[in-house]
Design a protein around this ligand. Structure first.
Ligand SMILES: *Cc1c(COP(=O)(O)O)cnc(C)c1O
Length: 448
């Protein structure tokens, strides 16, 4: 049963089939180009798209908009201390701002950064400092049918193999992303967090956690890792950070806000340098590119994320969508992760070759059949890789109801039933930077 009810509503409407066809054509068969008003169920991302609580809205009224020394910042710092255990906090406009601030301080030209898997903005910020990002995902991550629980883990052997190759001196930072967004939102076990921390210590590197979905990860540890069943989510959430030197955080995920982020750290010197860099790129270090009211909402949201039954509701709703899709006969990446369900478009459209983007075709088909918007995370978004053609359906937090999820499953079932009628797509216009092509390219059905 849901532990909340709606206090404010936003109308949504399913446009007619003809309107959806016209909208998709206008959008160049790219869901990023659709107007949100033309979308019925929007599962493009869970980033900043959730519903805030009455307490968060109430706190916003209290926002202290002082340029320096805002009380709202003091309340955020207290939340970060209580919930995550870090003494020093630098607020930023969102997660990538925290990455810019922290990695700008820690990295130099020629450095190498291992991570279970870099999220795309993390990868870009590591590269932007002249360093090389290297992914070390668990081998289990590659098998979409293995039901192993902690498929988001860092492969410690791969980490040591990298040390052999480039030398420990080239690795100033070992990073760990919890949950592992780039690997279908799969969680990381506490044992693996500890092992990664030991690996970092062993090679004298700083251990940085990308904490975006720290509460969802804590939920998986509580429900699946031996020895944690009697610990609270809040205790586990904090324990995850015990061995970390610093974190980057997007408030748009597990701080339950629409905008905001921060970096937090233990070392005084890193803190001082990070504040200087924040002034340059984000704003004075007690507001970091945010209004006082944004910071208030984040201070409250961080605490709500680890207060039962929020995160249980959250992860169970994602699993519920996964179950409905499996019942409808749709191929789903197993097990479902913390924030999204991933569909295997290669299996839905076995007749569409990889070069004709079966994943992007599935995104278009879901929109055409039921006004559902997902996102392709396969050969279209990651050119030149051999990634499986997955389509992500990410659930905004505290937003949709079971009826909406049923509509999504029915829509996917309709696509499955007429799968043979769908052909592939080709790119007709793309931006200069290939890595960013999925955001703005225009495509057309190949038969045209
Ligand atoms: C969203 C995200 C980021 C970046 O955060 P933004 O708020 O979008 O800038 C970094 N890492 C992970 C794992 C994320 O999911």
């Amino acid at each position: 049963m849901k532990s909340y009810k709606a206090k404010m509503v936003e109308p949504i409407e399913l446009p007619s089939r003809e309107e959806r066809e016209a909208a998709l054509e206008r959008a160049g068969y790219n869901a990023f180009n659709l107007d949100a008003r033309d979308v019925y169920i929007d599962l493009l991302t869970d980033s900043g798209t959730g519903t805030m609580s009455a307490e968060q809205w109430a706190a916003m009224i209290r926002g202290d908009e002082a340029y320096a020394g805002s009380e709202s910042f003091a309340r955020l710092a207290e939340s970060v201390r209580d919930v995550m255990g870090f003494e020093h906090v630098v607020p930023t406009h969102q997660g990538r701002g925290a990455e810019n601030v922290l990695y700008g301080v820690l990295l130099e030209d020629g450095d190498v950064v291992p991570n279970n898997s870099h999220f795309d903005t993390t990868r870009a910020h590591v590269v932007n400092q002249g360093a090389e990002p290297v992914d070390c995902p668990s081998p289990a991550a590659r098998d979409p049918n293995s039901t192993e629980t902690f498929k988001g883990n860092f492969d410690i052997d791969a980490g040591y193999a990298l040390v052999e190759e480039v030398g420990a001196d080239a690795i100033p930072v070992v990073a760990l992303t919890i949950t592992n967004n780039s690997v279908a939102g799969q969680p990381v076990s506490m044992a693996n967090i500890r092992a990664t921390a030991e690996f970092a210590r062993d090679i004298d590197a700083m251990f940085v956690i990308d904490a975006c979905r720290f509460a969802e990860n804590a939920h998986f540890i509580k429900t699946h890792e031996a020895g944690y069943e009697n610990h609270s989510v809040a205790e586990i959430a904090r324990a995850q950070f015990e061995h970390a030197d610093a974190i980057t955080m997007s408030g748009k995920k597990d701080a339950l806000v629409n905008i905001g982020g921060f970096a937090a750290m233990r070392d005084e010197t890193v803190f001082e340098h990070a504040k200087q860099r924040a002034i340059l790129y984000e704003g004075f270090p007690t507001y970091g590119g945010l209004s006082g009211r944004d910071i208030e909402a984040m201070a409250v949201g961080l605490r709500e994320a680890v207060t039962p039954p929020y995160v249980t509701d959250r992860v169970e709703q994602v699993a519920e969508l996964g179950d409905l899709l499996v019942e409808a006969g749709v191929p789903v990446y197993q097990p479902t992760g913390g924030h999204a369900v991933y569909l295997d478009a290669g299996e839905v459209f076995p007749h569409i070759p990889k070069e004709e983007f079966p994943g992007q075709e599935l995104v278009c088909a879901l929109y055409l059949e039921g006004g559902v918007r997902g996102v392709e995370l396969g050969g279209f978004a990651f050119p030149g890789t051999d990634r499986p053609d997955l389509v992500r359906l990410a659930l905004p937090r505290r937003t949709y109801s079971r009826e909406h999820l049923e509509h999504v499953a029915e829509t996917a079932a309709k696509v499955m039933a007429s799968a043979g009628e769908y052909g592939g797509l080709e790119i007709v216009a793309e931006p200069p930077m290939k890595e960013l092509r999925h955001f703005s390219s225009r495509l057309e059905p190949v038969s045209n």
